[in-house]
Design a protein around this ligand. Sequence first.
Ligand SMILES: [Zn+2]
Length: 176
Amino acid sequence: MSRRLTATISLLVSVAACGRSPSSGATPVQAGVLITNATVIDGTGSPGRRASVRVEGDRIVAVGDLQPASTDRVIDATGLVLAPGFIDTHTHADDGLDTHPEALAVVSQGITTIIGGQDGGSPLPLSTYFAALEKQPAAVNVGMYVGHGSVRDSAYYSIVRAEWPEVRQRLEAALT
Ligand SMILES: [Zn+2]
């Protein structure tokens, strides 16, 4: 991995859009992080542009030509790219979030949302899976398709298992 790409990934921020307008004089300034001189790719399809980004808590509150507040932690991103988190639309990282909720394998790549269940397998019922995630949140957003194979298996396994000796005989006969 190139040095530039590594540096780019380390600056990815998990926010799709500005949630609030920039701080006005009427609002007390919160301690925040000001990322300066980044090449900002905002996900709209517009070309990257040089800008600073102010973060308060878990929100981007301003993008533009910004000056640091006295309480800001300033990160100079000269020569680096700042972009919203990526969405992995076909992942297997959903398996294991219970034991590794920090999800380093994905967040270290700048992925902030994962979608599972693409191959037809998913936890069932999904309500139980998501209830567990609510109880122990992961470091990434998680979406899940209902696994068509899992649903079918849950209905058919007991029937197929009962008929397995005959199925096996037929399979062996087909091989001889
Ligand atoms: Zn897959």
